[in-house]
Design a protein around this ligand. Sequence first.
Ligand code: GLY
Ligand code: MN
Ligand code: MN
Length: 449
Amino acid sequence: MTNASLYKSHLETMDRCLADALERAGAKGLALEGVLFHAGRAETYHVDDKEIPFESTPHFRRWVPLSGPEHVVLARPGRRPLVVRVNPRDYWYEAAPVAPSYWQESVQFAEVADFAEVAGVVGPLSGVAYVGNSPAAASELGIDVTLVEPEALMKPLDWHRAAKTAHEVALVEVAAQKAAEGHRVGRKAFEGGASEREIHYAYLQATGQLEHELPFETIIALDAKSATLHYHTKRGREAAPGKVFLLDAGASHEGYASDITRTWALPGVDPVFVELLEGVDELERALVAMVTPGRPYLEIHQEAHRRVAALLAKVGVSKASPEETLELGISRPFLPHGVGHHLGIQVHDIGGRQATPDGGLLPPPPEYPYLRNTRTLEPGHLVTIEPGIYFIPMLLEKLRESAAGARVDWALVDRLTPCGGIRIEDDVLCTPAGARDLTRPLIQGPRGA
Ligand code: GLY
Ligand code: MN
Ligand code: MN
């Protein structure tokens, strides 16, 4: 299928989702005819005229791949979306014409020089809700404050974001290709002795992304720093070369994100750490295969702990049996984050803990409070699977003092702590036929492709 036909069929799905959301809002007493999605208003830092890097409202972005602030999409079920691009006549910033692209033939398109002109193009907005970051913009369009992101509308809209259309999957696949190239080059730089900062520059160059275009700040960690889950420091040559390398980094394409992690160890690294590394790579593949329709995502998280507990027992970090290791909670300080999350326009895509299309929360169990996704998987859901094993001193101290601490081989833990941590992460699409790993075919893991 061409980009244009994928997008056309994406808009058909969007229309159905919108109609469903409006119906659900109507059932709660909120009668709406349409929604005005606003790209959003740019903001500056506190007491500064420096602009905060602008990110479009994700719900706007799902309708149209237009970057920059102030544009709107007026969406009404059964009608072509009306896209109004705001392109100020300005000599401070570039005011370029919109580049011809696949999406334009499927929408009504207009361009204005100022947000004040939008109202004249979209016409009367009675019964239209506003979605965006600026109640002031809504008011400028004459939309009542009660219709700014009303919960009865937002919950079903958020819910529908989880299932990606083929158009969205195609965009993530391009984002994945860019990130995979960055990972290949990043690994080479590490093997050549580069510092965290140098690897970061190599990654940017290879992905062709500027810092502000990345979906999240790169996590580039050598040795013990790989145990800091979101390590952002990026040390220079004083901390290079390293022997263990964790790279958690993605790329963006037309507003959609990829999110990949690989961990590598050079020859000479403690063989038990290497065994753990290969074990995490192997168990990650088993967890990826669990991304199937009808499966509660929590089951994958629980299986991750079962397998991590078994691996810790196998290599001797835990002196208890695999079952006891799990029951005593020994795996928890070694894997202190959720096994993954929804992925899409936002890296941690919205709605992961939503109980129903109409709202309500499905909280994670108390022993795993950080799990971001508690939904049941459906075809089209796109999630990350990212198990890990880390030697995090502040968590290990607590384990050492607890009753379960007696079942841990602390001499071995102390030996492995300077190696840091391990995480392997892929982006996985749930399809009617099972899991489709979008990223593993692009970038191998420590045990190969
Ligand atoms: N890169 C952040 C995450 O993996 O969730
Ligand atoms: Mn992730
Ligand atoms: Mn990640």
